[in-house]
Design a protein around this ligand. Structure first.
Ligand SMILES: [Zn+2]
Length: 301
């Protein structure tokens, strides 16, 4: 399978200038190629293949080698098929190498886990363990607000405004980096330790429109990185020969007693601990995670 390796690099001022020029150039050539494709299709009824288009594109030849930070090694003998250079809003340069790679599945393990995704705890596992939600954005909020206020005061089009904008972008980039690092650690650990991961996202009680209306909640959810978490779990389980089971969104993971299977009629979000008629005492999230694991086990057998 193809896997992208992304590294930061520090261009010399000359290289940066060259790259900025090339970016403009690449965009222009791309637009031209797109135009040609459209023209060929509408006028001649033939499609121009991507290979034909990309053969018309060349990327910049560099005099000096790029100062790349090899934060992790490329697999041995890897021949990148595509090299992409990019710069983010915080002004950082990256080179992304697309490599054809064989990823060996991890040895099978006995353990499986149900996982409930939430806000107080980012994850609650069916064994009862809770993995904290570090809320990176909330912790950086004061710094972010300060940078945004400074930006708002700067005159439009001024140099100082560009500098202030960069400062805001840097805070955003730091938040995003930390969140990603954390999610990588969490998902790698889950995938390593478990054969089957059954995940439920705890939105069953939150109507989507309420979610959108509630700005603070939407922000907290984006800060928790649920979508990114799901994406990582998907490709990592795929790489390493594990199974990811995801609940139907109508699966009543919270309201079901994981001991006797009785369904509660209502269970307001404010109720964190509840007692079933069978006598079982449930932590809301742990119970949801257990139900997911049970459901995944039933589906498998
Ligand atoms: Zn019960």
């Amino acid at each position: 399978m193809k896997r992208a390796y992304k590294y930061r690099f520090h261009p010399t001022p000359e290289q940066a200038e060259e790259l900025v020029r090339t970016f403009g150039c690449v965009r222009l050539v791309y637009n031209k190629a797109l135009e040609e494709r459209t023209r060929a299709y509408t006028e001649e009824g033939r499609g121009v293949s991507y290979t034909e288009s990309s053969a018309a594109l060349t990327l910049a030849k560099m005099g000096a080698p790029l100062d790349i930070v090899w934060s992790r090694p490329l697999p041995e003998g890897a021949e990148p098929s595509t090299v992409t250079v990019s710069r983010d809003a915080a002004g950082r340069w990256f080179v992304s190498l697309l490599v054809e790679e064989k990823i060996a599945p991890l040895p099978p393990v006995e353990r499986s886990t149900g996982v409930d995704t939430g806000l107080t705890a980012l994850l609650t596992l069916s064994c009862g363990e809770q993995i904290a939600n570090p809320r990176h954005e909330r912790r950086e909020r004061r710094r972010l607000a300060k940078a945004q206020r400074a930006l708002a005061r700067k005159q439009k089009g001024s140099n100082n405004r560009a500098k202030a904008r960069l400062k805001v972008a840097r805070v955003h980039a730091r938040i995003a980096d930390r969140r990603r690092d954390y999610l990588h650690k969490v998902t790698t650990r889950l995938v390593r330790e478990n054969q089957v991961i059954a995940q439920v996202i705890a939105v069953e009680d939150l109507a989507v429109r309420n979610l959108l209306k509630n700005h603070a909640l939407a922000r907290a959810i984006s800060d928790a990185g649920w979508r990114e978490l799901r994406r990582m779990l998907e490709y990592k389980t795929d790489w390493y020969g594990r199974t990811l089971a995801v609940a139907d969104r109508f699966f009543p993971s919270s309201k079901l007693c994981s001991v006797c299977g009785t369904l509660q009629e209502t269970l307001p979000l404010s109720v964190r601990v509840w007692v079933c008629a069978c006598g079982a005492v449930h932590d809301r999230e742990v119970n949801a995670a257990r139900n997911m694991l049970l459901a995944a086990g039933l589906a498998e057998s």
